[in-house]
Write a protein of this length. Structure first.
Length: 189
């Protein structure tokens, strides 16, 4: 008579497989998607005419398929972009070549000159996503630094550290983030 072969208990094998699965899920790192946190403007009214914007109020940035910058028609460097945007938006000496300003009464700030400047960004279809994100980061950093400077001047603390929602809204109104992105196309070398 043949001897019976003992069976392996499948219940404990399932427990071990489950524990291994949990171990790998806990110890494995996952890549996190990159993105830009920005509120998009509402869609334009199709019946409304586009506003007339003076050339001096537009700061043009082009990024070609080779990830090279053209800033205001001249070759530019990413490392200088933040300072150039800050100088353009703030227009500290009211130069005729930089954007106009309008005086506005803003709660908690008083009379403040608000820039009419707009940053116009256009990318080539071949622009790398990394370069696109780097340019966007520099633009966001320029506006954040301007807001920090104004908050420091008016409230004695940085914009990032403001606790009162009214103060944050006042600074946002005094330094609006005006970035216009055109549809990507082939802009050349």
């Amino acid at each position: 008579m043949a001897r019976k072969v003992p069976e392996i208990n499948g219940g404990s094998m399932a427990d071990i497989a489950f524990l291994l699965l949990i171990f790998f899920l806990v110890t494995t790192t996952m890549d996190v998607d990159k993105g830009i946190v920005r509120r998009l403007p509402p869609p334009p009214n199709p019946d409304a005419e586009p506003p007339d914007i003076k050339e001096r109020n537009i700061f043009t940035i082009l990024v070609n398929k080779n990830d090279r910058l053209m800033v205001e028609g001249e070759p530019g460097q990413l490392r200088n972009l933040r300072e150039e945007v800050k100088r353009f938006i703030s227009n500290p000496y009211n130069k005729e070549t930089l954007p106009e300003k309008r005086m506005e009464q803003i709660d908690f700030l008083g009379q403040v000159s608000v820039s009419k400047g707009i940053i116009s960004l256009k990318n080539d279809r071949g622009t790398s996503y990394d370069m696109y994100i780097r340019v966007q980061n520099e633009l966001a950093a320029a506006f954040r630094e301007l807001k920090n400077e104004l908050a420091q001047e008016k409230f004695g603390i940085k914009y990032d550290e403001l606790a009162k929602e009214e103060y944050i809204k006042a600074i946002d109104k005094a330094i609006p983030v005006a970035i216009s992105e055109a549809e990507p196309e082939n802009v050349g070398d």
